[in-house]
Design a protein around this ligand. Structure first.
Ligand code: 3PG
Length: 393
């Protein structure tokens, strides 16, 4: 923006001396205007990168604590501060474009997730080593991003120690949530894991209420009744119920609520994009998970299981493993690109809605037997998620 000020008989510009001083509001600065040679003052202009608001220099003799400058006997004090960007953005017509962009992200995210779930379950049916498959998903994503950075397809993020320190708890939550969900899916039907995982908003409310001290309107709490009731009904009527599978999905819910809250905080005000943030998260999670995967399952079991799977399925098995790993990274990457633009709550709701497509497609593809009462429980839970999103709005 270009700005200039006029004092009676003298015009002067902001370009001559701008003294920036950090105040309680980091976007606010003081602008001190010294006496200015007249010829120069009339010509000069100031350019700044961000819009400035200038307060009017109405006081000739300032009595405030703020600094003043004597210009030919007159004291002038004026302040400049950057305009609040949100005011500018809210008033632009880009809102519709942003909504469209988020809608496209959501559609891609859900489609990639369906494909991931199908290949993941195919792999786990033939090769029941969820700790290794979880590790491979992270390794594949990390490798893809390292190659993208090295070849400059994607610009590498500029990170420091503080960034990785802040990322660590997110990575721990991501690792736990990922392994727990994969262990769950190795024990029960994909649809069952996702029905239980549709209870994630309930976990979000409980964590926000009791750990973050946030309170919600009564309708939000009421919407948890169908979510919890529906999940419970679906669980007790599940034909293939397995406690490890159930607990894995529950642990994953809890871990992912923390992951989303910490992620959003970590991404706020950082120059790292959603895509790169998820890439760094994958790398750190891989480092955390690998020793545990080796300890829990180990190379001997993996090698023996691999031979068995190859002999049963043939070379297609390798492609399934590759597909589940690649699609895992892609759907998470797109989901983080969405999280970059939306609140953790909207993210949780989008995630719950995604589960409808996963539940339906996996029931069709894997011919999962479903009793009417079981389907009713799932439908109630999903309806509860919808009510929750309405109550939140
Ligand atoms: C995983 O392996 O991380 C889970 O399958 C992902 O669960 P999500 O549907 O909550 O992303």
């Amino acid at each position: 923006m270009i700005c200039s000020l006029k004092q009676v008989g003298v015009s002067f510009s902001c370009s001559d001396v701008v003294l920036r001083r950090k105040q309680s509001n980091p976007f606010q600065s003081s602008l001190l205007l010294p006496s200015i040679p007249k010829g120069k003052a009339e010509r000069s202009l100031v350019s700044v990168h961000k819009p400035l608001h200038l307060s009017s220099p109405t006081e000739k003799f300032s009595t405030s604590n703020l600094p003043t400058v004597n210009t030919r006997g007159n004291f002038i004090r004026c302040e400049a501060f950057e305009a609040d960007r949100s005011d500018i953005e809210a008033s632009t017509p880009s809102e519709a474009a942003k909504k469209l962009k988020i809608g496209i992200y959501f559609a891609i995210w859900w489609a990639l997730n369906v494909v991931f779930n199908i290949y993941n379950k195919k792999v786990l049916n033939a090769y029941p080593y969820p700790w290794l498959t979880s590790t491979l998903s992270l390794a594949c994503g990390s490798l893809m991003m390292l190659i993208s950075w090295a070849t400059r397809i994607v610009e590498a993020p500029k990170t420091d120690f503080e960034f990785w320190k802040t990322l660590f708890p997110v990575a721990v939550a991501h690792t736990i949530g990922h392994v727990a969900a994969t262990v769950s899916m190795s024990k029960v039907a994909v649809s069952f894991t996702h029905i239980i995982k549709s209870g994630e908003p309930a976990f979000s409310v409980v964590v926000s209420r009791f750990l973050l001290g946030e309170s919600f309107p009564v309708p939000v709490y009421l919407s948890l009744v169908p979510i919890i009731g529906g999940c419970a009904l679906a669980a007790v009527t599940e034909l293939n119920f397995n406690m490890t599978g159930f607990m894995g999905a529950m642990i994953s819910n809890l871990a992912f609520v923390f992951r989303n809250i910490f992620s959003k905080r970590g991404m706020k005000g950082k120059s790292v994009s959603g895509m790169n943030y998820y890439a760094c998260l994958s790398i750190l999670s891989l480092l955390i998970l690998t020793p545990f995967a080796v300890a829990v399952e180990g190379p001997q079991m993996w090698a023996a299981g691999w031979q068995t799977a190859l002999s049963q399925i043939g070379p297609r098995f390798v492609w399934w493993v590759a597909a589940q790993s690649v699609f895992y990274h892609l759907y998470n990457q797109v989901s983080y690109m969405s999280l970059d633009e939306i609140s953790p709550l909207t993210f949780s709701i989008g995630n719950s809605m995604k589960r409808i497509s996963v539940i339906v497609s996996s029931i069709i593809i894997f011919h999962t037997p479903v009793q009417p009462i079981n389907a009713l429980g799932a439908a109630i839970a999903i309806l509860g998620t919808f009510l929750y999103s309405q109550a939140k709005q």
